[in-house]
Design a protein around this ligand. Structure first.
Ligand code: FAD
Length: 267
């Protein structure tokens, strides 16, 4: 068993504006005065633009600007913070789907990945393949709930070492070292993984839109969720709160429970 550190999350990609395209559109509809707020993220500006496009609410009604304004809209909400706050309050969350964040989750187990991939709506996944990667050196994170018990920790290590040796024995039984054919090696490696522990450390890349991330954070940092997914999604929540404060303005950490709660659940 190769002991590994606690799971870790990296934000690796986010939605970006194409400023020239947005400016050209605003010019064409006659509202070039509206500008993205340079103090907030592109994602938050994009979501505001999506909402303003829906209602032609780039600015108060101006009969000279029929494509940019609307007689039903005589005043417009100012500021990205207030605009997104109103989207969240009214529950019109579909505009949040335009913005996506991609994370790599490292040193996570297959327990975690099985749970994460249950989230289907608005999500995309790429996971380390166990058809290719040999498991004769099993990375394993011992959860805190086991670390507090020496006997349990020792037992976990023994079992993982046994399974690791089983991988090596199977490899010898099938003469893996002498097999040249890649397809045969892949087939055997894939068969061996049936005897690997579900707690083995792996890596997954996950992309989700902001509407989905809000839902996942609420579900998976709840005290009812599993220890590891609470740690990983808790890290994602902290990144979201810091980097995209307007999207997460109604999200609060309950320090005692270690969970993130929302003023506007499931927008
Ligand atoms: C504490 C906890 C315990 C759990 N225990 C179990 C368990 O014992 N067994 C088990 O199998 N699972 C369990 N799960 C997983 C859970 O049942 C969900 O599969 C998982 O949380 C994904 O959430 P979601 O269904 O909201 O899907 P998401 O894909 O995140 O979808 C988001 C929302 O979109 C809508 N949506 C998505 N797909 C559809 C659809 N096809 N039709 C209609 N609406 C849709 C729903 O409103 C849904 O809530 C558990 C989850 C938690 C948090």
């Amino acid at each position: 068993m190769r002991p590994i550190q606690e799971p870790k999350v990296y934000l690796v990609a986010k939605t970006m504006l194409e400023p020239d395209g947005l400016s050209a559109y605003l010019e064409d509809i006659g509202s070039p005065e509206w500008r993205p707020d340079p103090t907030v993220s592109d994602s938050e500006n994009l979501v505001e633009a999506a909402g303003r496009m829906c209602y032609r609410s780039w600015q108060p009604y101006d009969p000279q600007k029929p494509e940019a304004t609307n007689p039903n809209v005589t005043t417009v909400r100012q500021g990205n913070d207030a605009y997104i706050g109103n989207v969240l309050k009214s529950g019109h969350g579909s505009v949040l789907e335009h913005a996506c964040l991609t994370f790599i989750c490292r040193n996570v187990s297959r327990v975690f990945t099985h749970e994460l991939v249950r989230h289907r709506a608005g999500m995309a996944y790429s996971q380390e393949s166990l058809r290719y990667v040999r498991l004769d050196d099993i990375p394993f994170w011992v959860p805190d709930s086991a670390k507090s018990n020496d006997q349990a920790e020792k037992k976990i290590k023994e079992v993982v070492d046994f399974l690791e040796n089983t991988q090596k024995e199977l490899s010898n039984i099938f003469g893996m070292a002498d097999i040249q054919d890649f397809t045969t090696k892949k087939q055997l490696t894939s068969m061996f993984r049936r005897l690997a522990p579900i707690g083995l450390g792996t890596t997954i890349m996950v992309t989700g839109n902001l509407r989905s991330w809000r839902h996942i954070i609420e579900m998976r940092t709840s005290p009812h969720a599993e220890e590891e997914i609470r740690i990983v999604v808790g890290q994602i929540a902290e990144i979201c709160k810091t980097r995209f404060p307007n999207f997460f303005q109604d999200m609060q950490l309950d320090e005692d429970a270690g969970s993130w709660t929302f003023g506007h659940s499931k927008v």
